[in-house]
Design a binder for this molecule. Structure first.
Ligand SMILES: Cc1cc2nc3c(=O)[nH]c(=O)nc-3n(C[C@H](O)[C@H](O)[C@H](O)COP(=O)(O)OP(=O)(O)OC[C@H]3O[C@@H](n4cnc5c(N)ncnc54)[C@H](O)[C@@H]3O)c2cc1C
Length: 324
């Protein structure tokens, strides 16, 4: 493969998103192994200053225009197609996030290139690019190859370390002059979710309850544990669906992604949709009566026991330890 690799830089509220650094890190590795240039492109309003943060790329293309304030996937796919054809790019990395979803499939269709979604790993073997794609919410991992190393890849957030994609180096910057066409879909408004009582993504200690808690009355006991530990409560989806805790406390695919120092899970089975929101926590301790509960495979420590047997002693011991 002689053609360059392109990373679509994602940004929100004036900051480069972590997914961009994840893609730049893995893109740099690929580009070095294949001996091709790594480019990045940033589209948006007032984004020109952000281009200097993308120094891991050899060059950065910038299109800064008032019309590109939160552009729709339609607009970005159209611009990308023109750029890719102009610069003869073969492989494009796009964030698999809410912000960028929808761009990849459109682009792949228009360029007649394969699309690899939910990509969790990328490597080079015998000058050929291989990718691992996550299917069925993580139940299946599928290894695929791209014919001629050409394709559009949607990178699953959290798959690569973002720090590798950061550098103080100043990239060469090229200001683009691409036509902006009217599209049927336009961005109207960014709706922030209602502010919860606390932000669980910012907590160091989280005590997470699952269906094993059995009923709302038992939440009081877990609250006591949270107070003793100086942590906050969060939950799996069934607990939220029951209305036992507010939506702002949900961890997982349709909730928040958390990375506390300690994640203590109580009566949670460890379904892929839950695990994807907590697997990167610093220390995971789980209590579950089922030895085969999948949560144990992502836990650093596991207690196979009834939470109602363990909790009173645990609360007592923590309180005693704190008063020493
Ligand atoms: C599109 C989609 C999105 C989803 N998004 C999310 C999401 O964001 N977050 C999320 O959590 N889920 C989500 N889900 C649901 C997910 O698939 C699981 O159904 C859910 O995570 C299960 O929650 P749970 O572990 O609390 O319950 P269960 O799977 O019922 O597990 C309860 C566990 O408690 C244990 N247990 C029972 N009693 C006790 C006791 N006394 N002591 C100790 N252990 C006990 C059991 O052994 C069991 O392992 C989503 C599903 C879909 C399809």
């Amino acid at each position: 493969m002689q053609e360059p690799i392109l990373v679509l830089a994602e940004h929100l509220r004036g900051e480069i998103a972590d997914i961009t650094y994840e893609m730049l890190g893995v893109g740099r590795k690929l580009a070095d192994e294949l001996k091709v240039p790594l480019h990045s492109v940033i589209f948006g309003k007032d984004v020109a200053p952000l281009a200097s943060h993308l120094g891991v790329a050899d060059s950065v293309f910038v299109l800064d225009h008032p019309q590109l304030d939160m552009p729709s996937s339609e607009v970005v796919a159209t611009l990308l197609k023109t750029l890719i054809e102009q610069k003869n790019i073969s492989l494009v990395l796009i964030g698999g996030t809410n912000v960028s979803t929808g761009i990849g499939p459109k682009l792949s269709f228009r360029l007649n290139l394969p699309f690899v979604n939910f990509c969790r790993n990328i490597w080079v073997k015998d000058a050929s690019v291989g990718l691992t794609s996550q299917l069925f919410g993580g139940k299946i991992l599928s290894d695929v190859r791209l014919p001629g190393n050409r394709g559009v890849v949607s990178v699953y957030p959290g798959s690569f370390p973002p720090d590798v994609g950061k550098s103080d180096r100043k990239p060469s910057i090229e200001v683009l002059d691409l036509p902006l066409e009217e599209t049927k879909v336009i961005f109207k408004q960014y709706l922030e979710p209602e502010a919860g009582d606390i932000d669980i993504t910012k907590q160091d200690i989280l005590i997470s309850v699952g269906r094993g808690i059995a009923n709302a009355d038992n939440i009081a006991m877990v609250n006591e544990l949270a107070d003793a530990l100086g942590g906050a409560l969060c939950a799996s989806r069934p607990v939220i669906d029951q209305g036992w805790l507010p939506l702002s406390r949900q961890v997982g695919k349709s909730g928040m992604t958390v990375k506390p120092k300690l994640y203590l899970s109580l009566g949670i089975s460890g379904a892929p949709e839950h695990v994807e929101g907590m697997k990167d926590s610093g220390l995971i301790i789980s209590i579950n009566t089922d030895t085969n509960a999948p949560i144990f495979s992502v836990s650093h420590y596991g207690i196979c026991a009834d939470i109602f047997d363990v909790l009173p002693t645990l609360i007592e011991e923590i309180k005693a330890h704190k008063s020493e």
